[in-house]
Design a protein around this ligand. Sequence first.
Ligand SMILES: Nc1ncnc2c1ncn2[C@@H]1O[C@H](COP(=O)(O)OP(=O)(O)OP(=O)(O)O)[C@@H](O)[C@H]1O
Length: 307
Amino acid sequence: MTTTTAPLIEVDGLRKAYAGRAVVDEVSFGVAEGEIFGILGPNGAGKTTTVECVEGLRKPDAGRVRVAGLDPVRDHARLTGLLGAQLQESEVQPKLTVKEALELYSAFYPDPLDWRPLAERLRLEDKLGTRFAKLSGGQKQRLFIALALVGNPRVVVLDELTTGLDPRARRDTWQLIEDVRDSGVTVLLVTHFMEEAQRLCDRIAVIDQGRIAALDTPAGLISRAAGATVVTFVPSGPVDERELAELPGVASVEHRADGRITLTGGDETVDALLTLLARHHVTAHQLRVSDATLDDAFLDLTGAGQS
Ligand SMILES: Nc1ncnc2c1ncn2[C@@H]1O[C@H](COP(=O)(O)OP(=O)(O)OP(=O)(O)O)[C@@H](O)[C@H]1O
């Protein structure tokens, strides 16, 4: 017998407009249970609006959103018991201490985690008696992550997970999120950090101007970048630029004043280049071959690099 499991988060034809301007337009995606699903996009693309519709904080103008079969607006009270969300600064009382905040938020949930190991994991154990208002930006951010997880949620929505964290805290947080996912939690993650998206996300929706520009695995997105392979070298003798441009898969050829040539192309370009050079008895000095990154794919897909 085959069973098809419905995605834990379903977003279908989501539309949200402010003052008649659609900021989220026909957005559809599904997130499987246990998946880390990323939402990437330039500033103002509609990422936060999308996840706020998933959290039930905003009411869609059109489309259907379900989280574990619940309508986030209509069934908001039931959803709160199974969804953890990263709070905004304004949502925590400035006078609450870290310990009080953790205890308070644990009490909202039917089956919370023990907050002490979580506080240790997020290096907050020395700050338990400190009031929220006195925490540094990074400490506040770590508390928000702890508060999102303390309810032992089935789904966690993280918007700007590691913004403001130093590199060590960022890496620790990534490990924590991977462990959370490994325990079966589904993660919806809004991020601006390509390294974070590449490391954590199973799949990524790239949103641009309210619409999904691409939805794929990180590797799938990278392979769509124009010129997925970049080759640079300094030829030992003259090379005909036209011949380079005609090599299989070549997207661009750049000849710099210092003699260095940069080709962007595909996997097949490198072999063809070496064969061509050998035929002309030219050696490629300082040869470097590198893959395109998620940054390249992001800029291609969103036009965010264009002014
Ligand atoms: N309450 C609101 N009223 C009017 N316009 C809004 C409101 N909230 C958001 N917007 C507008 O909707 C658009 C999408 O905003 P949103 O916060 O969803 O983008 P984002 O992709 O999360 O951006 P960022 O990366 O900058 O956080 C923006 O142009 C924003 O100005």
